[in-house]
Design a protein around this ligand. Sequence first.
Ligand code: ZN
Length: 201
Amino acid sequence: MAEVKVLVEGVHKQIENEKFDIGCTTVLIRSDKNIIVDPGAFVNKDRLLEALKKEGLAPEKIDAVVLTHLHLDHIVNVSLFPKSKVLLKFINGKYPGQFQRIDKGTLERFDILNEKIAEDISVIDTPGHSDDHVSVLVKTDKGKIVISGDAVGSEEWADINKKPNPEFVYSVEKYNESREKILKIADYIIPGHGKMFKVKK
Ligand SMILES: [Zn+2]
């Protein structure tokens, strides 16, 4: 079974009107491969490297980095992993995914939603917050954990009655569908900004 560890816990705080303290949750999954989900914001660079070191892992030991979506607070530290495969959803084209090795420069397309990423790890389609959004499903001893990115941005969004502001989501309808899908599948959710929580069934 895969093991999941939160390396950096994401925050999302409004400091004043247009000023936010934002960093996403960064997660390490260990199975037959070492996977990072959402390497996060630059302000968390040192915290992330420190947390990896505590796990006995240098950045070169990370086989792949999955980006749940391409918002700045989730992706900047991808540059710390030039040798890893970087996986993301590719929206305009026949293939729903693409990967890149930063040090090699080339992009390759592949089926991110149907291809096995690693043992006990798969990617699920969760558009709505953005069109390119995916989440990561991990089978563990504790049950099924979904690393949900901003499809369920924090525990308060697990309440399906809480309605998103249409200005801040790509599609309210898809956002709600994706939330319901995650809540149905997951025993636990690690949200994009906040603590892991158990899903009430
Ligand atoms: Zn986002």
